[in-house]
Write a protein that binds this ligand. Structure first.
Ligand SMILES: [Zn+2]
Length: 407
């Protein structure tokens, strides 16, 4: 499809000159319009002759190793409808305001799925800022056509743009398994912005029946205020992550006391047991058997909490969770007692997972794609670029060129 798209040079436009410079490594194609040609007013569509014109240049697809450029004088028309005034016409080979041809942009949008923008920028010898402008524009155009009227169950998740700061929050359609919206920040305001965007796309916040979130106060508040009919579920992934964070802290503190035993053991404790190699399992067994470690106790609390999620009914889950809570609440480790308190405070939302059976497993998959893209590009220059990339990776958007040809 991509290369089947015509350059769009049709009368009154014609190629008048082709200049090739080996020294400058470039090919320059000049296009002009025929004398007495008329153009369409971009406002009302009426026909009008050229009034004046300005010289413009567009970067086109490379011609073998040579950089190719189109040149044309772009006319303005003085529309017979006086309300329109004098307006610049739309050329058929480029978007208004873009310094690239549609074909070049289509190539960028095809390559962006697999290639870091920085690498692409080097390849084409253009700044990555210019490429990001193209990418953001196409994402915006594709999103404008999205229909969210059928969205019922949503999940939200935050990620840091750089390690530890500049957060971005993503909202997902859990049934359509795609990214709906991304915005800067990780406070309850993000939910407000999501709802505004949802409405813009024909969605109705009152029809949202379920929201899967982490246990952050901001999201809880946001859902309560913005999604009045949504049942909150604290999804298993985030509950276990919170437990793992506590475990990691406990182990790190203890590793300072017993470095010879706990050296480089972090991943042994954090990995799921079924993912440990026989050697790793053996090392962990030795640590656990060696002496009465807090890390070992914390690890057992984690395994027991994970075990709750194997329950086959809400009732069974509640029994297991009660057991877990009784043990954790009387632990000698303050971080474990704190975790017990957190679980108690989010009790209903944790158990509602067993009613709604909300699966946010695919979020992990999407997140790892986003993290991989992030790593590949060695950090995005700004959060908006990360959000655009996430839409491309996880938004299931239909990208189309101006000629309505799928990219
Ligand atoms: Zn007009």
């Amino acid at each position: 499809m991509l290369f089947g798209m015509a350059l769009g040079i049709t009368p009154p436009w014609e190629v008048t000159e082709v200049a090739f410079s080996k020294e400058l490594n470039r090919l320059d194609i000049t296009i002009d319009f025929q004398r007495g040609a008329t153009f369409t007013c971009p406002v009302c569509g009426a026909s009008a002759p050229a009034y004046d014109s300005t010289e413009k240049e567009w970067r086109h697809l490379n011609f073998f190793q040579y950089e190719a450029y189109l040149h044309a004088r772009v006319p303005r028309v003085k529309c017979p409808n006086e309300a329109c005034g004098v307006k610049q016409v739309q050329v058929p080979w480029a978007r208004a305001g873009s310094g690239f041809t549609l074909l070049f942009e289509a190539l960028v949008m095809t390559m962006v799925r697999d290639m870091p923008v920085r690498v692409m920028a080097r390849l084409f010898a253009v700044t990555d800022t210019r490429l990001w402008r193209v990418i953001n524009a196409y994402v915006e155009m594709a999103r404008a056509k999205e229909d969210y009227s059928g969205v019922r169950r949503v999940g939200m998740d935050e990620t840091s743009v750089k390690r530890g700061h500049d957060y971005v929050t993503f909202f997902f359609d859990l049934d359509g398994k795609k990214l709906l919206f991304g915005t800067e920040g990780n406070d309850n305001q993000t939910v407000k912005e999501f709802v505004a965007d949802l409405k813009q796309h024909g969605g109705d916040p009152e029809k949202i029946t379920d929201a899967a979130i982490d246990m952050s106060k901001a999201f809880i508040k946001g859902v309560k205020e913005q999604l009045p009919n949504a049942e909150t579920t604290f999804d298993p992934f985030h509950v276990i992550k919170s437990m793992n964070d506590a475990l990691a802290k406990i182990r790190a503190e203890e590793a300072r006391l017993f470095p010879e035993i706990l050296k480089k053991s972090r991943y042994l404790f954090l990995k799921n047991p079924e993912n440990l190699s026989p050697e790793e399992q053996e090392r962990l067994d030795v640590i656990i058997a060696s002496q009465n470690l807090k890390s070992t106790e914390a690890y057992l609390h984690k395994l027991n909490l994970q075990n709750v999620y194997f329950a086959e009914s809400r009732q069974e889950a509640e029994t297991l969770l009660n057991c877990w809570h009784r043990e954790a609440d009387t632990s000698s480790i303050s971080l474990i007692r704190k975790m017990a308190k957190t679980i108690k405070e989010h009790w209903a939302g944790i158990l509602s997972h067993f009613d709604s059976k909300l699966s946010t497993g695919f979020l992990e998959g999407i997140n790892s794609l986003i993290q991989a893209a992030k790593a590949r590009a060695r950090g995005y220059r700004n959060p908006q670029n990360l959000i655009s990339m996430a839409y491309i990776i996880a938004g299931k958007l239909k990208f189309k060129s101006l000629h309505n040809v799928p990219i």
